[in-house]
Design a protein around this ligand. Structure first.
Ligand SMILES: [Zn+2]
Length: 162
């Protein structure tokens, strides 16, 4: 009885709040249990390459088609190049044609999102849940099963073959 009432309320709420899918996913992932890493800017500069620092710590964007990971389709895990936290599985990778490594879904709880107002249209930025390193942006024009396109800077990832 209670469960049914709860379900009804849930459906009504879902109808009311037509947030983009990525936002809902981001909210769902907010209760992350990952222990955060925090380093000073100079510490990050020492542990990262200039390209990694620009993307991970300054939210830069690498040139499209510049990353060797763009055409990487072997089995394995894509981990944050800032702190090694696994962020994506190779099974979620697809060829988006954009020139950036693209995924349909991240590893649950390892990614956090925020709204980014740098462009005219607001975008959903996402970053590593452990070190806060910027990874890319998520869009709702991806393939099945999620319909999401997690568009990632290759330099922010390291591929670990399985
Ligand atoms: Zn990280």
């Amino acid at each position: 009885m209670k469960r049914r009432t709860f379900l009804k309320a849930g459906l009504a709420a879902a109808a009311l709040f037509t947030l983009p899918l990525a936002m809902q996913a981001g909210q769902k992932r907010k209760g992350s249990m990952i222990k955060k890493i925090s380093k000073s800017e100079s510490e990050w500069r020492q542990s990262l390459t200039a390209e990694q620092f620009d993307v991970l710590r300054k939210e830069g964007t690498e040139r499209p088609f510049s990353s060797p990971l763009n055409k990487q389709y072997d089995d394995g895990i894509y981990a944050c190049s800032g702190c090694d936290l696994p962020l994506f599985e190779s099974s979620a990778k697809f060829d988006s044609g954009t020139g950036w490594p693209s995924f349909t879904t991240p590893i649950e709880g390892h990614i956090e999102t925020k709204r980014d107002f740098k462009m005219v249209l607001p975008r959903t930025e996402y970053h590593c849940a452990r070190c806060g390193g910027h990874q890319g942006h998520v869009f709702n024009d991806g393939p099945e099963p999620t319909g999401q396109r997690w568009c990632n800077n290759g330099v922010a990832l390291k591929f670990i073959p399985s």
